[in-house]
Design a binder for this molecule. Structure first.
Ligand SMILES: [Zn+2]
Length: 364
């Protein structure tokens, strides 16, 4: 079997990266200009099938919808038959996965079927990203001996994910940024609009940092791989909200506010049109050319937070086999589920209002 004309397949996921930042030359000059290069394509109507990493990433790498095969986050015996590294190994590819996100690490079963899998496990004593930045992914990639052809490479960066504490801050700024993060996670009602504006600035700095490493990473791959025969997808598992409709981050059970799931989509050697793309479409782009495509689902499945995510991460670090409860917010009845035909026509429901100080802020 072959993979037709393409000899390498590369997937780069930038966790929480908003498309408006990815396509902004001032914030991400490398990435926004990359899409204008020969053989590159991009799309402004890309959405994820789940508003959180727990279910978006299994969908991107297996093509199954959230809760379609398993009610567990991650890769397990129920959804691994379509797991991309497994399929590529079968056609003789070398499979390489490097992730900075715990949710795509061994703790959630993502480590199986790769020839080389690096999840920076020893750097994960805490659930924050301190030692899990883009430089670690890039350095890890450089340690692997790459053949010029027949590679599946998956890189998962988490720099735009909270906490937004860019490396280039001085100590005082770092402690202010940490205070904001603590408010964001423990005491949202104390956040002011000014705080959110500051968080946005910090987030943009994180994107700038990531952009520099995307440049190094792409240049490196361009040098090492048979580049004209390489299929590449750069995307995000979901976006990130900054209170546009009174929501923050990427709340997993509030998919009515779809502003936070719009994602960048930049490809090489994969033609894109102006249509709407979803995570299942990305899976189809990445599939070996000889295999039949999965059904594309234009729908986002939210899920209930039935566990404390921090406790979940700590438990997973102690015991990766631990099971947690996840419940879909929309029942995943794929035959009867409401298909979202036009996102722009959806009414945002501003159900939550974290900022109790809003009035006092605008009056000052
Ligand atoms: Zn994510």
């Amino acid at each position: 079997m072959s993979n037709k004309g393409n000899k390498n397949v590369v997937l780069i996921v930038c966790d929480c990266l908003r498309s408006d930042c990815a396509y902004n030359e001032k914030i991400m000059p490398f990435l926004s200009n990359l899409r204008k290069r020969k053989d590159f394509y991009y799309n402004k109507n890309s959405y994820t099938n789940a508003p959180g990493t727990y279910f978006a990433m299994p969908t991107m790498l297996t093509g199954y919808m959230p809760f379609e095969k398993t009610n567990q986050a991650g890769i397990d015996k129920y959804n691994s038959d379509q797991f991309l590294p497994r399929l590529y190994k079968k056609i003789g590819f070398t499979t390489i996965g490097i992730t900075a996100n715990l949710v795509t690490s061994r703790a959630f079963g993502f480590d199986r079927f790769w020839d080389t899998f690096i999840d920076l496990w020893k750097a994960r004593k805490k659930a924050i990203k301190k030692k899990l930045r883009a430089d670690k992914i890039f350095k890890s990639l450089q340690t692997i001996k790459l053949n010029r052809e027949n590679n599946l490479i998956f890189l998962h960066f988490i720099d735009p994910h909270s906490p937004y504490i860019p490396n280039n801050l001085v100590a005082k700024q770092k402690s202010e940024a940490m205070k904001l993060f603590i408010k964001l996670t423990k005491n949202k009602t104390c956040l002011t609009l000014k705080d959110i504006e500051n968080m946005k600035l910090l987030y943009k700095e994180e994107c700038k940092y990531l952009d520099r490493y995307l440049k190094l990473t792409i240049s490196y791959l361009e040098m090492k791989l048979k580049w004209d025969k390489t299929k590449l997808v750069i995307t995000a598992d979901h976006g990130e909200a900054f209170y546009e409709t009174n929501y923050l981050q990427h709340e997993r059970d509030h998919i009515d506010n779809l502003h936070h799931i719009n994602t960048p989509l930049i490809t090489k050697n994969i033609k894109l049109s102006k249509k709407t793309y979803w995570t299942t479409d990305i899976y189809n782009m990445l599939l070996p050319d000889t295999l039949p495509k999965v059904k594309s689902h234009q729908v986002c499945i939210g899920y209930k937070k039935v566990f404390d995510s921090v406790a979940d991460i700590k438990d997973r670090l102690k015991n990766p086999k631990i099971k947690q409860k996840y419940i879909p917010y929309i029942k995943n009845d794929l035959k009867n589920i409401k298909i979202i035909k036009n996102i722009k026509q959806l009414q945002y429901k501003c159900q939550k209002n974290y900022i109790l100080k809003y009035k006092s802020y605008i009056n000052t």
